[in-house]
Write a protein that binds this ligand. Sequence first.
Ligand SMILES: CC(C)(COP(=O)(O)OP(=O)(O)OC[C@H]1O[C@@H](n2cnc3c(N)ncnc32)[C@H](O)[C@@H]1OP(=O)(O)O)[C@@H](O)C(=O)NCCC(=O)NCCSC(=O)C[C@H](O)C(=O)O
Ligand SMILES: [Mg+2]
Length: 355
Amino acid sequence: MRSAKDFFTPLAVGAPPPITEVPARPSRMIHFFDPSNEKMAAKVPDLVGTVDVLLGNLEDAVKADRKEAARLGLVAIAKATDFGEHTQLWTRVNSLDSPWVLDDLTTLVSEIGDRLDVIMVPKVQGAEDIHYVDRLLAQLEARAGLTRPILVHAILETARGMASVEEIAGASPRMQGISLGPADLAADRRMKTTRVGGGHPGYLVRQDPIGGDIHGERTTYQQDLWHYTIARMVDACAMHGIFPYYGPFGDIKDVVACEDQFRNAFLLGCVGAWSLHPVQIDIAKRVFSPSAEDVAHARRVKEAMGDGTGAVMLDGKMEDDASLKQCLVILELADRLAATDPELAELYGTTPETH
Ligand SMILES: CC(C)(COP(=O)(O)OP(=O)(O)OC[C@H]1O[C@@H](n2cnc3c(N)ncnc32)[C@H](O)[C@@H]1OP(=O)(O)O)[C@@H](O)C(=O)NCCC(=O)NCCSC(=O)C[C@H](O)C(=O)O
Ligand SMILES: [Mg+2]
């Protein structure tokens, strides 16, 4: 671990200075596309402005014999596309033990480093993986003459990564956030599921027997397989001032359960999720933007709390310093989203004086 006084020193001569605060740009949906898939790649220009993040995926879901095509496809797309002010360009490179990652990093930083906002690193095991990427990126940025650092996002998809999540979150000033990778994590943990995210009907609690009759009718309640993992990831991210995300929901057709999974993550503190298919974009936008009712309520609490101390009654409920702080989280998010999304600004009735 670097000493605190060295933490914000560039890791290579000529590399851009590290940032001291991660920019809180909207990233409600990280939309995955395969740059080697011509049909998907052709849709990128139309997606600009409709998604917060476009991510050119080079790792899993790209066939081994298409890895190079995906890398070069992403370079071509990044050079040819104007991403505007409100859509970020991210990539997910191959895992650090793969034969492709070195070429992924060297090619992307050299060719399109000035356009890439964030590099997602899969299967991160511990802080040492982030330290490796951190130094390599600094060297490549210096060589490419980049003036701003590319940020790093880790995917939590191994048991060891999970056990080290706090160290990973604080491993570098480049750390932008962490996503849950439920499919790889389930496999690594030897969970007995076969899905990409979401729940499982077998993971449940059952009502106690009524009148001692264990064979009688008893209600069951499906439980959230990911509660512990997401909650711990959220704590690690909050502790280090970076952003937590739910990852993929593989049942593309089940838009209802997708929305539930995304909302659970939103309520627990996540700022976004991955969209794997166009149908998931609006779900993420809806879920990860606070509702007009929540914003209106938060404003009322703020108003009622005056200088922010003490306790008041509002609609029969006690509000105090701590409930106000929660309301301020909602208002800050609403302000940030309204600043880039005129529809939300109208929905929230946002004006410069509103907050
Ligand atoms: C899931 C898919 C394979 C489905 O593709 P497809 O069968 O083509 O779906 P549709 O016929 O419904 O598609 C309709 C049109 O939309 C286009 N399309 C589909 N997906 C995308 C997209 N992501 N971006 C842009 N456009 C898209 C299709 O081309 C169709 O176009 P047209 O014919 O002109 O109408 C596919 O959606 C897909 O491959 N999605 C991405 C999958 C992915 O990235 N997976 C990796 C992330 S999840 C993961 O890695 C697990 C994680 O790491 C963990 O461990 O948990
Ligand atoms: Mg994975």
